[in-house]
Design a protein around this ligand. Sequence first.
Ligand SMILES: Cc1cc2nc3c(=O)[nH]c(=O)nc-3n(C[C@H](O)[C@H](O)[C@H](O)COP(=O)(O)O)c2cc1C
Length: 193
Amino acid sequence: MKLIIGITGASGAIYPFQLLTFLREKTNHDVSLVASPNGRRIFKEELGKDLEMFDYPLFGGKDFDVPFVSGSAKYDQLVIVPCSMGTLGRIAHGISDDTLTRTADVFIKEKREMIVVPRETPFSLIHIENMRLLALSGVTIIPAIPSFYSRPQTVEQTAATVTSRILDHMGLENNLMERWKTPPLLASPQGGR
Ligand SMILES: Cc1cc2nc3c(=O)[nH]c(=O)nc-3n(C[C@H](O)[C@H](O)[C@H](O)COP(=O)(O)O)c2cc1C
């Protein structure tokens, strides 16, 4: 597959870190990265690492000299992780004034697979309305909200409960998190769930 991973300036650099580590170590997909200036900055601040570490082509800013800003170039999936409310709002309203928002605009108009992983708290009505617009446009919204039923013990395991679900929706088999199993106590005929 030809994949584009967008990284913006929301908190949660651990999610693209885990996703890109998986893609690099477990797959041979054709991956391009598009990062906003704040995306790069927060990746560095939260992890002390640079996106160059993955050795994938890295684009950003207003760089329009890249194939995927046109619908004529066939790419399969766009994942924006984490997705700031700024980028999400610009995409929802068709403001495609940089590489990433234009790429998203192309994916939506071409009806290609697109996932966004928004992170903000609390959500304002504007955020919710913008997510609604994207959902109506066929975008899959996977909020950066971890789950705890697998009893994660570390920050990495906790974050992996989100990363694993992103990979699931990309159609990539993974065992980054323990899947749900029916606990014996609740499996009794009286118990139910
Ligand atoms: C340390 C830090 C953390 C931030 N976390 C978030 C966040 O979790 N969600 C969000 O929507 N914006 C967050 N922001 C704000 C965005 O980085 C800012 O709105 C930026 O203009 C988004 O632009 P971009 O989407 O092009 O990266 C954060 C900014 C900083 C400096």
